[in-house]
Design a protein around this ligand. Structure first.
Ligand SMILES: [Zn+2]
Length: 309
């Protein structure tokens, strides 16, 4: 009798778990489809499309239960000068999941801006970087439920494509003392790879991070290390400064940048939702989440190594 109750409970639990996984997965794809839709017009900094993207992201942050990171607001507005010398306003967004230990922070980020449109051509930026942002929402949702050990701030910087302006402003104006920032996780282009490979970039600079996340078994993709050694191979091989993690790296904050090799649709109007690879993308989000959990559990040793530098 007991045994059959146990079996019954086991079946119910695994059914509800898999149902949860499926709904998380479809939400991930729905979020990406919205971010890459024509209504958002390529999410170029300073445009109506970018404002629509923010409206959507703020509603998702609230739904997930993220605490506003800047006083009572998710928004961090800033000004910057473009290469042409015009002054533009950008807006970062961030929300927080508090940890049990409130003295150390992990910043998880993914830029939401893209290239906008030229003439009738919209650059939807599904992989770059709708994918990173949809992944960030899924991770925020997961850790809001799991309750992390340390504070996690989920940041979507603006104006990455124009020169990493949003992340530059954020690291200079963190809503907590920057000494408490132990780790940055950046995601930029994580939804497609013909070789099914995801790179974890940055562990050359911070080997302890590799120790923590290597050795996991991933389903649906393989995790590669590299693209972070200076002066190795041809130009462009080192991705240590390729996206928003560059600004954290400059401040000697340990980082991992998760990303894939460029593809034929990179920075083209053909970077569409239809061309992403749903199975690879879903698998990668689970893998990054599991890695993030391990990093959170081992954050004090990451922080100790940081302080020694
Ligand atoms: Zn990008």
């Amino acid at each position: 009798m007991k045994k059959s109750i146990f079996l019954f409970l086991f079946i119910v639990t695994s059914l509800s778990l898999s149902a949860q996984t499926v709904s998380t997965q479809s939400r991930l794809l729905d979020d990406l489809r919205i971010l890459a839709s024509v209504e958002l017009e390529g999410r170029r900094t300073g445009t109506a499309g970018a404002a629509k993207a923010r409206k959507f992201l703020k509603s998702r942050f609230a739904e997930i239960g993220l605490k506003p990171a800047f006083g009572n607001s998710y928004e961090q507005p800033f000004e910057f000068n473009t290469q042409r010398g015009e002054t533009l306003q950008g807006v970062n967004l961030a929300g927080v999941v508090e940890g049990r230990n409130k003295n150390l922070w992990i910043v998880v980020c993914a830029h939401y801006d893209h290239l906008g449109k030229t003439g009738n051509d919209i650059f939807p930026g599904a992989d770059d970087n709708g994918s990173g942002v949809a992944a960030l929402l899924a991770l925020a949702e997961r850790f809001a439920k799991e309750k992390p050990r340390h504070n996690m701030l989920f940041l979507t910087p603006d104006a990455e494509e124009m020169g990493l302006h949003g992340s530059r402003y954020f690291v200079a104006n963190t809503p907590f003392p920057i000494e408490q920032l132990a780790l940055n996780i950046n995601m930029d282009m994580v939804s497609r790879s013909d070789t099914k490979e995801l790179y974890a970039v940055g562990t050359y600079h911070y080997p302890i991070l590799k120790k923590i996340i290597a050795g996991q078994i991933f389903k649906g993709f393989s995790l590669k290390f590299g693209h972070d050694e200076p002066h190795k191979g041809q130009t462009g091989d080192d991705w240590s400064s390729a996206s928003d993690h560059a600004l954290f790296h400059q401040k000697s904050i340990p980082f991992i940048y998760f990303g894939t090799e460029d593809h034929e649709d990179y920075h083209k109007p053909t970077d569409t939702f239809e061309r992403i690879q749903p199975e690879f993308f879903s698998a990668v989000v689970i893998g990054i989440g599991n890695s993030l959990r391990l990093l959170d559990q081992n954050l004090s040793s990451v922080y100790k190594q940081k302080s020694k530098r």
